[in-house]
Design a protein around this ligand. Structure first.
Ligand code: SF4
Ligand code: SF4
Length: 476
């Protein structure tokens, strides 16, 4: 079978290729034809965002990895921001944001995430690209599969599996590098000093990538991916997805060599190229289907065919079903669903921004002792007991000085805060202090009192945190 482009192939060759592909429909492994085109280029471009996954862990910020999910120490570092378990409420808004984003994108443009960004489809794409380079076009690959195991076949399989395993190992390694210092990880791996968890995770990801992208491929999209199952409820007749222009294409029929499309026949010449290039083996002419990952590759194929037979492009194109059937479509801003999704997206973004902007490297919480609320001292003072909980979100320990704003309390004294307190990074340091105020100076039974902590790191950076509590005395 030929490896020519659609433009170079004759109509007979296209039909022969389609028949050969049809015979193999239902094959366990789909061998999709690869061709150049607009959506193929977009797919490569979109896939390149995954370079961040491989290169991101090597980016430094200050003295540490710019983005580090430090699970053993229960800290996430994102550039200068440290997120501790106390801040994980933000995670729910981040998850909400991505869940709604996925819903809104699916409602508007189908499984566009699957077609252009999903790791499963991208890794599969890279694996099949390697396969094609080593084993040839789909017809050659099918032939090779049926051949008995000989030296030639063994060599080509070894080459292919070696490259697949190499990519799988790099994938596993890159994943782990987000959770531990990437440079240390390499060092520890080569000196066999990395943790068992690291070795196990790399092994797991290597095996997972190798099997999922190399063997299961589109079957993962069909049978394992939960998103494929729920997308049907999100897509409707207004969603813009790769669609076959039924009124224009039907009634489809084969093109006879040297003749034009006969009167009454649609523009679809039933060449099967849209099916041959589909990575999931879908025939888009049957309408939107569960297997369609909206990658647009069938559009490239059909456009090439239309160009070849001098017909306008776009027989298969990104369009809504309403648009294809000539119905009036509501503009985006008039669709209630778009407004609802946008509002939820906006709320989650605002919450995350608010959370990040109010996060402080030093946090203070005050617990006022309840039993007893106050103690009358023999010297005529009223004593309250407080436990200060100081959370140090920096990467190092540093001392802080505790003080109380005593401007409203004449004669206030503090016991337990004479010396600086060493706060330990990534954890809460608890300090108990006593505050005494002469009873005669108290004007109310309960008055607000402010606690302040101030600290200075070795590099001269100053941090302050202030909290209000209550000072309680006898009835007045
Ligand atoms: S039908 Fe078209 S858009 Fe859908 S998966 Fe196949 S090639 Fe991609
Ligand atoms: S839709 Fe286009 S690519 Fe598909 S069979 Fe018809 S003419 Fe060929």
């Amino acid at each position: 079978m030929t490896e020519k482009t659609i433009q170079e192939q004759s109509i007979e060759e296209l039909y022969a290729e389609a028949s050969e592909h049809k015979v193999n429909v239902g094959e366990v492994k789909i061998h999709a034809k690869r061709m150049a085109g607009k959506f193929r280029n977009i797919k490569w471009l979109a896939s390149s965002v995954w370079l961040v996954f491989f290169l991101g862990p090597y980016l430094r910020y200050g003295d540490r990895q710019a983005v580090l999910f430090d699970i053993p120490n229960r800290q996430f570092h994102i550039f200068g921001i440290t997120i501790l378990p106390q801040d994980l409420w933000m995670l729910s808004f981040i998850l909400l944001f991505f869940a709604i984003l996925l819903a809104v994108v699916t409602a508007l443009a189908g499984r566009v995430y699957c077609g252009y960004f999903c790791f499963q489809t991208i890794w599969t794409d890279i694996f099949t690209w390697i396969e094609e380079k080593l084993e040839g076009a789909p017809a050659k690959r099918r032939k090779l599969e049926k051949e008995k195991l000989g030296l030639g076949k063994i060599v080509v399989k070894i080459k292919k599996f070696s490259l697949w395993i190499l990519i799988s190992i790099i994938t596993g390694l890159s994943f782990v590098a987000w959770f531990t210092d990437a440079y240390d990880l390499w060092q520890n791996l080569f000196s066999l000093q990395a943790s068992t968890v690291a070795y196990f995770t790399i092994l797991l990801f290597t095996a997972g990538t190798f099997v999922l992208a190399g063997f299961l491929r589109e079957q993962t999209c069909f049978w394992l991916c939960p998103y494929a199952r729920i997308q049907a409820v999100m897509v409707d007749t207004t969603s813009i997805v790769p669609s076959y222009d039924v009124p224009r294409g039907e009634k489809r029929g084969r093109l006879v060599k040297g003749k034009d499309i006969p009167e009454g026949q649609g523009d679809c010449i039933d060449c099967g190229q849209c099916v041959a290039v589909c990575p999931t083996g879908v025939d888009i002419r049957g309408g939107q289907q569960e297997g369609c990952i909206t990658c647009g590759l069938c559009i490239d194929a059909c456009d090439a065919v239309m160009e070849k037979i001098n017909k306008p492009k776009g027989l298969v194109r990104y369009a809504s079903w309403d648009g294809i059937m000539g119905k009036k479509e509501l503009p985006l801003f008039k669709r209630p669903r778009v407004w609802l999704y946008s509002a939820i997206l906006m709320v989650s973004v605002i919450m995350v921004i608010a959370g990040l902007s109010t996060m402080q490297p030093l946090e203070l919480k005050i617990l006022h002792a309840r039993q007893p609320l106050f103690v009358m001292q023999s010297d005529g003072t009223v004593q309250n007991r407080y436990t200060l909980k100081i959370l140090n979100k920096l990467t190092h320990d540093f001392p802080v000085k505790i003080s109380v704003d005593g401007s409203k309390f004449n004669g206030l004294t503090i016991i337990g805060a004479e010396k600086e307190v060493m706060t330990h990074h990534g954890t809460v340091t608890a300090v108990t202090i006593f505050v005494k105020v002469p009873n005669k100076n108290l004007t109310e039974k309960s008055q607000p009192i402010h606690f302040i902590i101030k600290g200075k790191t070795k590099d001269g950076q100053e941090y302050t945190s202030k909290r209000e509590s209550m000072f309680i005395g006898p009835n007045k």
